[in-house]
Design a binder for this molecule. Structure first.
Ligand SMILES: N[C@@H](Cc1ccccc1)C(=O)O
Length: 499
């Protein structure tokens, strides 16, 4: 029979004691309480010991009760004054009673019949009675004494003197359940105990043990890797953050270069104008954007670039006639929380790109909406583009399909014609998810030449913007989008990213 060091030690001690209170066994073994408990349960499972448990309702003194034990119950303190003065007012009792004790004292003395009460000149006057003069120990005094002597007294014993209710009402005592544990050795245990050999157990194999060869003599502690342990919650990434990082990783693995920016705030120039979205577009409404109150305006990029964008809007570029209106730089300088990740694609194209090249960004974007379980006013998009000599619309569809499969785990995709001011042709994509059904995935298209040429790019650019929060909800197993930003600890601890 395999016994652990603790079990062996416990068995040997128990063999000396035969039957012992659990606490005593703890003292005898010199082990931790939990270790002894584990050992006892282990011995019991092997039929070597028996654990008996008995629960009992007991009473013990409260803090107030302990104070009464020292200074006496309020009625006795009051009686002492009464015995000296025979007749007292409540104020006279203030010397020996606290405010809390003073309030119920009249009732208490009257109940015992130790004093009579009357009003004199509008004041309460207490006068000692015959019974008060001869007052002797009452059951409640006996109960208090018992509690002082024994600290913990079974309810049954107390009730022989006074109802526990009474002690509780007067805040003298409180009730509690205690469990008394006794451990007893079995005949099998007694038989085995003299034969067990107690070798010191080693739980860590050190270089010294190996070098000195001592490892040959010691006994190694066995670990039960299936033993239940307390759950720990080490720090970890916020689940939604983990999801976004995973996507970032995938895209980088696919050879995309990440575009980053520090600010969430954008000029209208980069959010709209650089993307060939006309200023007289009704409220530039396809996104329904927010505006910054303060500061209202930011800076435009270098003059030549602004001039080219202005020209594209006013009278066109690359054989286009433009939108045919007077372009306003003031309008373009207005600041706004970024409404789509595409703003970064425009910035990158203006900055210069590798050709051929692949770029992406994961951006927090903002659009007015009514908050509910599927809508937030801020959400995340993956935007990106591929730039290269011979790119065409089929390449775009191919890449989008690849994303849908790689990122969303979609089985089927569906493309529908769409419109965006900055792409021609434009397409909208839905991905079929086994559990969610058809999910709108995002928009895409070939950037218009009016846009790319103005930004200084002469080759085709295929681009897309994908909303990923619906997908995140699914991957994280939530059905309320607001949970993505929740600080519900239970969810933060237990949310699992299913990929
Ligand atoms: N920016 C568009 C998506 C898009 C990006 C790039 C090209 C075409 C469409 C949106 O937010 O819906």
């Amino acid at each position: 029979m395999e016994l652990s060091y603790q079990e062996k030690l416990t068995l040997i001690k128990l063999n000396e004691l035969k039957k012992s209170k659990f606490e005593e066994l703890v003292k005898e073994t010199g082990l931790e309480q939990v270790a002894v408990m584990r050992a006892v349960l282990g011995l019991q499972a092997k039929g070597l010991a028996k654990l008996h448990e008995r629960s009992e309702r007991v009473v013990k003194l409260t803090e107030t009760g302990k104070r009464y034990a020292e200074v006496g119950l309020p009625e006795w303190r009051a009686l002492k004054v009464l015995r000296e003065k025979k007749k007292v007012t409540l104020d006279d009792l203030r010397e020996v009673l606290s405010d809390d004790e003073l309030k119920p004292i009249v009732g208490l003395l009257r109940k015992e019949g130790w004093a009579s009460v009357r009003k004199e000149d509008g004041k309460l006057v207490l006068e000692i009675t015959e019974k008060g003069l001869k007052a002797e120990e009452r059951p409640i005094d006996g109960a208090l004494k018992l509690l002082v002597e024994r600290e913990i007294v079974p309810v049954k014993e107390i009730e022989k003197l006074v109802p526990v209710k009474e002690l509780k009402r007067r805040k003298i005592g409180e009730e509690e359940t205690i469990t008394e544990r006794t451990v007893e050795i079995t005949p099998e245990g007694e038989e085995l105990a003299p034969k067990v050999e107690l070798k010191r157990e080693v739980s860590v194999l050190t270089p010294e043990l190996i070098k000195s060869g001592k490892w040959r003599e010691v006994e190694f502690r066995k670990f039960d890797i299936k033993a239940p342990v307390r759950r720990i919650y080490p720090g970890k990434k916020q689940p939604y953050r983990a999801f976004l990082d995973k996507i970032r990783r995938r895209l980088i693995e696919m050879g995309f270069i990440e575009m980053t920016v520090e600010s969430l705030i954008e000029t209208q120039f980069w959010n709209f104008d650089a993307l060939f979205q006309p200023q007289n577009h009704p409220a530039r409404e396809w996104t329904d954007t927010y505006q910054l109150k303060y500061p209202k305006t930011g800076f435009l990029p270098e003059k030549e670039l602004v001039e080219r964008v202005k020209a594209a809007h006013e009278h066109g570029l690359a054989g286009s006639r433009g939108w045919g209106y007077v372009w306003s730089p003031e309008r373009a300088m207005l600041l706004m929380p970024r409404a789509h990740g595409t703003a970064l694609s425009g910035r990158q194209l203006a900055k210069g790109v590798e050709i051929p090249g692949k770029y992406f960004t994961i951006q927090r974007v903002f659009r007015p909406d009514v908050l509910d379980r599927t809508h937030l006013i801020e959400f995340n998009q993956i935007d990106g583009f591929v730039v290269g000599e011979d790119l065409n619309f089929r390449h775009l569809l191919g890449i989008l399909k690849r994303f849908a499969v790689e990122i969303a785990g979609a089985k089927k995709v569906k493309f529908l014609p769409d419109y965006y001011p900055f792409t021609e042709p434009s397409v909208q994509m839905s991905a079929y998810h086994p559990e969610l059904g058809w999910v709108e995935f995002g928009g895409a298209g070939i950037f218009r030449e009016e846009m790319t040429k103005a930004l200084g790019i002469d080759v085709p650019v295929i681009a897309w913007g994908i909303g990923i929060d619906r997908l995140a909800m699914f991957k994280l197993g939530i059905d309320d989008i607001r949970y993505l930003f929740s600080y519900d600890l239970r969810w933060l601890r237990e949310a699992k990213l299913v990929w």
